[in-house]
Design a protein. Structure first.
Lengths: 167, 757
């Protein structure tokens, strides 16, 4: 059977994104990704498949990486959401060390998977991922890059890992 | 290139400059097409056919129409006929198809492939549009489709069209039969490559907005001027009424080189609902409606003397196309130029299938053709017990063997030796299954890489403003290729201004016309135009200074002036100097504008122009399970001048990564009965992930080519992908003794392939 819902059938959702708080009237089916991109103007998180297969939509929810396309916006109310736009601390032109490392090592080409790669990479350093290049490759394999920037991305991540003394 | 500033310390062409658009990309600030925000934007979704061949009997939109928030459901029943297409049909195809490609624009009830656009839903939100799409129901009269390439091979027919408008589909030189008779060894084998799908990370998307009779399209495209021309022709409006914008493109690889159905459907939908419309394809919709690499079956015959000298070569390629349109994958082209073989025949044939029309996909022809030819060369090397590099050197083409023209430059010998040295090729024991690492079989394989160096007419404008800013305008594109960056470098060196002062504007059909960003042509085409435009602006600045009595440079000769860091200076008397700002402020405060058009000269008539390279791969194969892993790759390339070794290296690594996908995993699977794309997502259509891609080493041969174009660059977007599948297949043979001639080399295929021990 068809489930018809009224166009006005929205729900109030309060999202804490990048240290700010926003109240939205959303179709309850709205994913976190579409809430960010279509309702909050935060288009840094990318839609590459909408099925949790490519990692381009990766954001942090309470500091852990999460696929925004597989997450309903209503389900993450009250939780702390960080997107690529809010990753750097210090304001102004400051970059997060991972963003700087991606720049330095040319860890991207078209740039479409890049925000997701960077968000995954930052979260990875807090995860029980091993220290070797192969460990990083394995832990980053949910983030696809069609341009083929993988070797440069691994170098960038390893540089940040070493400089931050991560385990 | 002979810029007067080239010798100055400021020269940044050739330096590993970090991408100038990099900060936008790492902060989420780069806006791609589907991220354009407009007032009253409506969301469109395409509804696709569920059969591969037949006629639509009825499309029931009643449930979708009733869904609150649905604005329109467009079907062939309620969509206005396009006069341009009716005229095309009426006149039997005279004058060419207005749409360029054969598109599905809701004009009739015929279905040519499974997944063809048959309706468009426009709604207030993505959620409602997607739900409404699921509510549209079509009924069909179903005809039996042709899907299976192998079953359809008897229907193959010779292609008669010139390849990409240039080269003949068939060639013959010398006497093939005599060459085969003279041969003391032969290889005679068929190689196949499957349909593949580009799958850039950014799905195709178009945002269309009408302002009265003027249309603005934001589109993810490799060719803003091409889209403008196609849309204007199809909709019957003046090109001047269409503006196409594409500032950032999230990968393209040839798939975004044509204006596909959704582009024009978006414009039609926006006109229908009287609001701006965003139409973004879903990942599933990337399989079929927007092209892909066709299936090829390639028959290669080689004949050689015992010492390896080739006496005969035959390369016949049969490729799939659609029932709507002929599109040819010219896989046999490489065989015409790669080796010095006196007796040769090449041909291209087509098989029509009920599938989406194929299109350019990274190194179209060269990627597939080098797999067949370079695999066959490896087979010949084993037949003759000759080292694969020695065999290639034995047949080294000192001039283009097809045209007889000299090469504009060729560093392939250097590439073989540099690549072999870095890879450690001399330590290879050629015997199959002879090298191991623990339980794993180790295989080393190599192949030749090649791609033509071409360019098309391009134009550019360089403006120097009184505040010292420089703006470069060209309707080219940055697909991740680094165009913004290398054009900045060219402008900085030509004009002698600080890098931070230069802004590059691309991706807008209001800018000076430029060709499609494809075929590894952008640097040679657009780069040449930007260089010339910047040099024209420089000349004007210098002229202004030397003829201005108030300038410290007054009366000097042009050649005596250096511009560095934004200052014009007399080379021999550095105290005579002034800034560009001072000069322009004193002279009316108007910007200085240089314009240029760069067109190919007669170099292509005089020379055969190609980039060459050598690629080496190491694989590890699990002998029990047949799992193949690429352990390392080394590629050595002669690509003319390298403008930015940092981005160039990345692009070649990217090409090799594409080649790893082609060799081991990529395969668009179509159900032979329904014609449905079975693995139409990026979990089931496998592309390389982080864990699949090892260390890749890139080496550039020092190659100077002053003939190929004013910049001396041959282009690098595609050559990295060529030869890779063969190098890996050859490595798999070396590891296992099993010659897999059908891509991709999946473990089931490898285990089922008989092997020599």
């Amino acid at each position: 059977m068809t489930s018809v819902m009224s166009h006005a059938g929205t729900v109030d959702v309060e999202l804490r994104v990048n240290a700010g708080s926003r109240r939205l009237a959303l179709d309850p089916r709205t994913t976190l990704l579409d809430a960010l991109r279509e309702h909050l103007g935060l288009t840094g998180a990318k839609k590459g498949c909408d099925h949790g297969q490519c990692g381009a939509c990766t954001v942090h929810v309470d500091g852990k990486r999460m696929l925004a396309c597989l997450t309903l916006a209503v389900a993450v109310q009250g939780r702390s959401i960080t997107t690529i736009e809010g990753l750097a601390r210090g304001g102004g032109d400051a970059l997060h060390p991972m963003q700087q490392a991606f720049l330095d090592h040319d860890g991207f080409q078209c740039g479409y998977c890049t925000p997701g790669q960077i968000m995954s990479a930052v979260a990875l350093l807090r995860e029980p991922c091993g220290p070797n290049d192969d460990d990083v490759r394995e832990c980053m394999s949910g983030n696809l890059c069609r341009c083929g920037a993988y070797p440069n991305i691994v170098v960038a991540i390893q540089e940040v890992r070493v400089s931050e003394g991560a385990e | 290139m002979t810029g007067p500033n080239e010798r100055s310390a400021a020269g940044i062409v050739g330096q590993p400059i970090t991408r100038v658009d990099g900060r936008l990309k790492v902060t989420g600030g780069a806006r791609y097409t589907a991220e354009i925000s407009l007032d009253k934007l409506a969301y469109a979704v395409i509804v696709q056919s569920e059969i591969a061949r037949g006629t639509i009997e009825h499309i029931d939109t009643s449930d979708a129409d009733m869904l609150p928030g649905v604005i329109a459901v467009m079907t062939p029943d309620n969509t206005a006929k396009l006069e341009s297409l009716e005229k095309f049909e009426r006149e039997g195809g005279k004058g060419g198809r207005p749409t360029g490609r054969a598109l599905s624009l809701l004009q009739d009830d015929r279905v040519h492939y499974n997944g063809q656009p048959i309706a468009v839903v426009v709604a207030e939100s993505i959620e409602i549009a997607m739900q409404a799409m699921s509510l549209v129901r079509a009924s069909y009269r179903v005809d039996t489709p042709a899907i299976d390439m192998v079953a359809a091979l008897p229907s193959a027919y010779p292609s008669t069209q010139k390849i990409f408008g240039r080269e003949p589909p068939m060639t013959r030189r010398g006497d093939l039969q005599a060459g085969l008779t003279a041969a003391e060894a032969r290889v005679d084998a068929a190689y196949t490559t499957p349909m593949e799908t580009h799958n850039p990370m950014e799905m195709h998307a178009t945002v269309a907005a009408w302002d009265d009779d003027k249309l603005t399209l934001w589109d993810s495209t490799q060719f803003v001027h091409g889209v403008r021309a196609t849309v204007a022709r199809t909709l019957g409006i003046p090109p001047a009424h269409v503006r196409v914008i594409s500032h950032f493109v999230g990968g393209a690889f040839g798939g975004k080189g044509s204006a596909w159905s959704h582009v024009i459907l978006a414009a039609m939908a926006a006109r229908t609902v009287g609001r701006p419309v965003k139409l973004a394809l879903t990942r599933r919709q990337m399989f079929g409606p927007v092209g892909g690499r066709p299936h090829t079956v390639q028959h290669v015959t080689l004949g050689a003397k015992r010492d390896g000298t080739l006496t005969a070569m035959r390369h016949d390629c049969t490729a799939s196309t659609s029932t709507m349109e002929e599109w040819l994958e010219p896989a046999a082209l490489v065989s015409r130029i790669l080796y010095d073989c006196p007796n040769q025949e090449t041909s291209h044939s087509l098989v029509r299938l009920n599938v989406g029309t194929p299109t350019f996909m990274r190194a179209p022809g060269e990627a597939t053709g080098t797999f067949a030819l370079e695999s066959a060369l490896d087979e010949l090397a084993y037949t003759l017990d000759i080292d694969p590099i020695a065999l290639r050197l034995k047949n080294y083409a000192e001039a283009d063997p097809e045209s007889g023209k000299p090469w504009s430059s060729k560093s392939l010998r250097t590439c073989y030796s540099l690549g072999a040295e870095r890879f450690g090729w001399s330590r290879r024991n050629p015997k199959p299954r002879s090298m191991r690492d623990g339980e794993q079989l180790v295989g080393w394989g190599m192949a030749t890489a090649t791609y033509p160096a071409r360019r098309l007419p391009a134009s550019a404008e360089a403006s120097v403003y009184p505040d010292g800013r420089v703006v470069i305008k060209a309707a080219s594109h940055d697909l991740g290729t680094g165009t913004y960056t290398i054009l900045t470098q060219l402008a900085v060196d030509a004009l002698g201004v600080p890098m931070a002062c230069v802004k590059i504007e691309l991706g807008d059909s209001d800018l000076p016309p430029n060709p499609i960003s494809a075929g590894s042509m952008t640097v040679a085409s657009t780069g040449s135009a930007v260089h010339l435009a910047a040099m024209a602006a420089r000349d004007k600045l210098v002229q202004l200074a030397v003829s201005d009595p108030e300038s410290p440079l007054h009366g000097e000769r042009h050649e005596a002036i250096l511009i560095d860091d934004g200052h014009l200076t007399v080379r021999e008397s550095p105290e005579r100097s002034e800034s560009i700002q001072t000069l322009l402020a004193r002279n009316g405060g108007e910007p200085i504008v240089g314009r240029a058009e760069a067109k190919p000269g007669d170099e292509a008539q005089q020379y055969s122009m190609h980039a060459f390279g050598a690629v080496f791969a190491e694989v590890r194969v699990d002998p029990e399970l047949g799992i193949v892993r690429v352990a390392r790759v080394t590629g050595a390339y002669g690509v003319g001048r390298v403008l930015n070794p940092k981005t160039a290296r990345s692009q070649l690594i990217g090409g090799i990564t594409f080649g790893i996908g082609m060799a081991l995993m990529e395969h668009t699977v179509i159900d032979p009965h329904s014609g449905r794309y079975v693995n139409a997502d990026i979990a089931e259509y496998h592309i390389p992930v982080h864990a699949d891609v090892p260390q890749i080493e890139i080496i550039f041969a020092d190659e100077k080519d002053e003939r190929v174009d004013p910049i001396g660059a041959k282009g690098i977007g595609e050559i990295g992908m060529t030869g890779v599948a063969a190098a890996i297949a050859n490595a798999v043979y070396h590891a296992t003794g099993a010659r897999v001639r059908d891509l991709p080399i999946t473990l089931d295929r490898l285990l089922a392939t008989p092997r020599v021990d």
